[in-house]
Design a protein around this ligand. Structure first.
Ligand SMILES: C[C@H](O)[C@H](O)[C@@H](O)[C@@H](O)C(=O)O
Ligand SMILES: [Mg+2]
Length: 395
C-alpha cells in the first residue's frame, strides 16, 4: 500500500477556553487568586488573566493528505503558532509522506533552534506532531495508542485538578490536586491560609485520599521547604508540584533534598524536549515528571522523554491535555495514572477538558476510563463546527 503524501497544512486560532483552558470567564476556580511568579505584584495577584495567561489562545493544526484524510490537533499557541506553522514549518510538512513523522520532527526542531528550543515554538511543533499522529492513525484506521504499542491496562485511572478535592473523591477520582493561592509575598499570613486550606480539605476527604498542591512556579526554595514540610507532616500531602521556576534545576534539587521522606516532588509541565527532561532527571529534581504533550514536543518527543524517565525509574504523568495524553498514558507502565482538569467553573462536575472545541472528547466515569473509550481512529475526536476558526496567515 503506497502511503499518501501531505498536500496541505493549515493553522487556525480559536478564542475562548478549549486548549487555552485558562481563558475562562470571571468566577472560574482556575483564575481565583492562584499563586504565580507574578503574585509579588499586588495588581496581578487576583487573576492570572490580568498578567496575560490567556493571551495566546488555541492553535489548531490541520493536515490534509493526498487521499483526503485530515488529521488535526489543538494546543496552546494562537496567532503566534499560526505564523510559525504557515511561514516556517509548512515547508517540512507539505510533500512529505504521512509516515515521515520522525524526519519532520527533526527538521522542525533543528530549523527553529535559532529562535525556539522551548515555549511557543515547541508548543507549535507539538501541535504539528499531534496532528501528524492523528493523520497517520486515521490513514491506518487505528487509534493512536495502537501505533504506540497498545494498552498495558484495561482502563485509565485519574486524579482531579481543581478547587474541590472533596467533590472529586465523591466522583471516584484517586486524588485531588488543588491550586496554591498565596505566595511568599503574602508572608506568614499567606502561608497559614495555604495550610488552613489543606487542613480543611484533609478533614473533608479523610486520611487515605491523595491530596496534592500545585504551586505553578510561584515559590522560592525556603518557602517551598516550609510549606512542604508542614503539609506533609500535618496533612499527609502526596506531592508538591511545580514549586519553582522551570529554569531553577538547582532549586528543585535542593527542595527535593529538603522535603520530608515520602513527600513526592513533581514538575515539568513547562519543560520541553528530551534535553530539558534529561536535566530534571540527572540533577535529581523530582520524583514525577509532568510533560504536557501539547507543549513538550508532541508524542514523538514524549516517547523519548518517557523512555529516559523509565530508565531512571521515574514516573511520567503528563499534564492535562485530554486525549493527547490519554492515548500515551494507557500504553506506558511508568505512567500509572492520568490527570483530569476539572474545567467546570466550580469544579463540581465532569465536563470535557477542551470544552467546547472537541466533539466526542471522552471523560472519566467514576474517575476511570476504559481503554475501549479510546478505540476510534486517530485521537478519536472532531473539531466542533460551532467553534469559529480563524486563519490569520492563509497561503
Ligand atoms: C491548577 C494550576 O494552577 C494550573 O492551572 C494547571 O493548568 C496545571 O498546573 C496543572 O497541573 O493542571
Ligand atoms: Mg501543574
Amino acid at each position: 500500500m503506497s502511503m499518501p503524501t501531505i498536500k496541505h497544512v493549515r493553522a487556525f486560532t480559536i478564542r475562548g477556553g478549549g486548549a487555552d483552558y485558562h481563558d475562562q470567564a470571571d468566577g472560574h476556580w482556575i483564575d481565583d487568586h492562584i499563586a504565580t511568579p507574578m503574585s509579588k505584584y499586588p495588581e496581578y495577584r487576583q487573576s492570572r488573566r490580568s498578567f496575560g495567561l490567556n493571551v495566546l489562545g488555541t492553535l489548531v493544526v490541520e493536515i490534509e493528505a493526498s487521499d483526503g484524510t485530515v488529521g488535526f490537533s489543538v494546543t496552546t499557541g494562537g496567532d503566534l503558532g499560526c505564523w510559525i506553522v504557515e511561514k516556517h514549518l509548512a515547508r517540512f510538512i507539505e510533500g512529505a509522506r504521512v509516515t515521515d513523522i520522525e524526519k519532520i520532527w527533526d527538521q522542525m526542531y533543528n530549523a527553529t533552534l535559532f529562535y525556539g528550543r522551548k515555549g511557543i515554538v515547541l508548543n507549535t511543533i507539538s501541535g504539528v506532531d499531534l496532528a501528524l499522529w492523528d493523520l497517520l492513525a486515521k490513514v491506518r484506521k487505528e487509534p493512536v495508542h495502537a501505533l504506540l504499542g497498545g494498552p498495558v491496562r484495561d482502563e485509565l485511572s485519574f486524579y482531579a485538578t481543581g478547587a474541590r478535592p472533596d467533590l472529586a473523591k465523591d466522583m471516584g477520582f484517586i486524588g485531588g490536586k488543588m491550586p496554591l493561592h498565596h505566595g511568599p509575598a503574602e508572608r506568614e499570613e499567606g502561608l497559614k491560609k495555604n495550610l488552613d486550606m489543606l487542613a480543611d480539605m484533609r478533614a473533608r476527604v479523610g486520611s487515605d485520599f491523595w491530596l496534592m498542591l500545585d504551586c505553578w512556579m510561584s515559590l522560592d526554595v525556603e518557602y517551598a521547604t516550609r510549606l512542604a514540610t508542614a503539609a506533609r507532616n500535618e496533612f499527609g500531602l502526596k506531592w508538591i508540584e511545580e514549586a519553582l521556576s522551570p529554569d531553577d534545576y538547582w532549586g528543585y534539587a535542593e527542595l527535593r533534598r529538603n522535603v520530608p521522606r515520602g513527600l513526592l516532588v513533581s514538575t515539568g509541565e513547562h519543560e520541553a524536549t528530551r534535553w530539558g527532561f534529561r536535566l530534571l532527571l540527572e540533577m535529581a529534581c523530582c520524583d514525577i515528571l509532568q510533560p504536557d504533550v501539547g507543549w513538550c514536543g508532541g508524542i514523538t518527543e514524549l516517547i523519548k522523554i518517557s523512555n529516559l524517565a523509565d530508565a531512571h525509574g521515574k514516573l511520567v504523568v503528563p499534564h492535562g491535555s485530554s486525549v493527547y495524553s490519554y492515548h500515551f498514558v494507557i500504553t506506558r507502565h511508568n505512567s500509572p495514572f492520568a490527570e483530569f482538569l476539572m474545567m467546570a467553573p466550580k469544579a463540581d462536575e465532569v465536563v470535557p477538558m477542551f470544552n467546547p472545541q472537541l466533539l466526542d472528547e471522552p471523560v472519566p466515569v467514576n474517575g476511570r476510563m476504559k481503554a475501549s473509550a479510546l478505540d476510534a481512529p486517530g485521537f478519536g475526536v472532531r473539531l466542533n463546527p460551532d467553534c469559529a476558526l480563524h486563519r490569520p496567515f492563509p497561503r
